[in-house]
Design a protein around this ligand. Sequence first.
Ligand code: PEP
Length: 255
Amino acid sequence: MKRQIVIAGNWKMHKTNSEAMQLANQVRIKTMDITKTQIVICPPFTALAPVYEVIGDSRIHLGAQNMFWEKEGAFTGEISAGMIKSTGADYVIIGHSERRQYFGESDETVNKKVKAALENGLKPIVCVGETLEEREANITLKVVSRQIRGAFADLSAEQMKKVIVAYEPVWAIGTGKTATPEQAQQVHQEIRQLLTEMFGSEIGEKMVIQYGGSVKPANAESLLSQPDIDGALVGGACLKADSFSDIIHIAEKLQ
Ligand code: PEP
């Protein structure tokens, strides 16, 4: 069964509002011919509403890079799922390794965020992945399984239909090192098997599992051609409209 390819761009902490609007507009123009690939751009919180105006009724979807699980209250500096939804966004990245590494996110907080996102009509893109040390210690599967079980604890198969998983080996993020297509495929297959065990074969078959970690136009085709790789979460290469659009066009040709 072939799943729709989803290419998402994680802009991280880049772009002022005017720069963000300019980049979003370039991506919009360069992807006007796309009819099959799902495109998501994830600017910083501050640029969500202005970027939504720019992408208008194009097929580009908007996502945030993080959220807090509470609805509202005395949580200075935090942003709720409802607030994100009100900007026009319908996706949110949860549990990115940079959040786990620098901001103390755990499998438990990821789980709370996933639940709150779904309750508010946001589709979570949930990131999992091992560090270099963990890969070298041969515990990649153990780590990724723990992250998946933790992130999706107490969720139903129905809820899982709205979820995307992004496998992002930490050692490949922003380093220029990419997992080989075979290394990535192996982990994707294991993740799909685990999701099948947890939520049944329909979820296992339909779940979009993206790869992330130094995806570029030069390596996108070999990664996206793997049977269990259904898209990419792109960091560095999404900050230039040309390279992001090239990746999207490579995905489009594969469908
Ligand atoms: C990311 O931030 O999720 C990512 C994969 O970054 P990069 O493409 O720069 O490695």
